[in-house]
Design a protein around this ligand. Sequence first.
Ligand SMILES: *Cc1c(COP(=O)(O)O)cnc(C)c1O
Length: 389
Amino acid sequence: MEVHVNQIEKRSWVEVDLSQIKSNYLLYKKALKRDVSIMAVIKADAYGHGDVQVARVLSDLGCNLFAVSNIDEAVGLREAGIKGEILILGYSSPYYAKTLYDLDLTQALVSEEYAEQLANTGFRIKCQFAVDTGMNRIGIDGDNLQECERIIRAFVKRLNINGLFTHLCVADSLKSTDRDFTLSQLNKFHSLAEKLSDLKLPYIHCCNSAAGIQYLDESTFFDKIGSIVRLGIVLYGMKPSDEIQIPNGIRPALQWKSVISMVKRVHAGETIGYGRTYRVEKDSIIATVATGYADGLSRTLSNRGFVLINGHKAPIVGNICMDQTLVDVTDIPNVKTGMHAIILGTSGDYSFLADDMATSLGTIGYEVLCDISKRVQRFYISSHFFCEL
Ligand SMILES: *Cc1c(COP(=O)(O)O)cnc(C)c1O
């Protein structure tokens, strides 16, 4: 059964401004000190924005490099007709070797052992070696360059090795020890890339959003390793960390909204919700918002967070429920059933963005975006002509 999107009632939904994503892409690319290609990191459903939609608008801008986390995401993109290189950054079972090969996907090689398993399938799959230069997550050991070189050369016949990448773990920090660590990672990676320069691997990359801003410069050093930036969080308009300045004009592309299902009076002394964790001190007006923790609104925000209604802050009172949240609207005029509550976004003079929610939760904006659950409907808008540079 096919349901047309206009027939779905808006209950808890996200509005994604695709023109803002295009602008973010172009503004980022323009602000860099080098002319780079962008590999758009659209893992985790494009950080909750919708991977197919994001890939389509970026393809229109000429982007033909994409990165995802797993084979399911990659297959989804191919099924939707997305062309270009799709790099799977994490492990895929060798059982899916034929799928990788048939769909022309590129698989990250997380270890020598894994490369051996994939090669043994007999499919000459497109692959890129992950090199561990200090994060200790995946990759062959970048501390032993000779060994890295030996491993990579051993597989060039059996697999279609077309690249090499590493991941930086503190590129978003300006602390001098972190800068030193990042430079040591870049140096290891650079040395390995040099040793392998005769292979002329087309895809050699090490920069995430933060590193593109902080570390790319004009030096020849980057001819070897700086031609591609894997752009994630900044594409979605957010800072990699508080310390990093992002180029002007880059803004969040997503707003999360919900509807008020009921407004009522609650008398002084009564309590609100499960566990009776909130007691109203004076007669109050309480609104029910049709979003709960099953939508990704963390229950940790119970009695701490707020939503925006008509340009006012409405504090969350009581425990957030699975599907509903109660807010105090006593001080907000004319709140009525059917009105919108902004969970993430802007209303009047107030903005409450994923990074703000992350601060309240003691986490990072990345997690807030990824936690917005699947049942939250995604709608796509183009609020303005994206800035063509
Ligand atoms: C997620 C990820 C990125 C993107 O990082 P951002 O900080 O969002 O730009 C880049 N590279 C790898 C390997 C990743 O896992």
